[in-house]
Design a protein around this ligand. Sequence first.
Ligand SMILES: [Zn+2]
Length: 154
Amino acid sequence: MNFEHVEEYLGAIYRLRESANAPLPLPRLQEYLNYTLISVHEMVRKLEGETLASYVPYRGVVLTGKGELIAASLVRRHRIWERFLADVLAIPGEDTHAIAGQLEHAAPDLVTERLAGLMGEPELCPHGSTIPPKRSLEDEKRNEIFSSTHNPKG
Ligand SMILES: [Zn+2]
């Protein structure tokens, strides 16, 4: 399983759900990611296998504690980069989302966190969404999760 792909799903669940405990219906996820419902179902099963999410029959998918940490960390990186692109580089708001989507994976956490510090720890992205606070997901734990889901060739 490709870790970026895992992050994409976890981040989408995090963004789309109504609250932390509200199951997100799979058709909503499918619509947002624009994959087939079959591949969304398959991926949710894989996320369950990695204890990153759990599926509530007929209702949808919720993140586990481990999935929550990865999702919040991804969304945090994404929104910090959006803030930087908009405020410091004056990139139009409609472009920041796509560019941040690349940088959130390319930049080490250290760089992203320094950036947040430099900008005075912003609380909102340029689109008005809350930037999740920094969580205590130590690199070691992240690497452990990473190595269990990362395909070195991918
Ligand atoms: Zn945004």
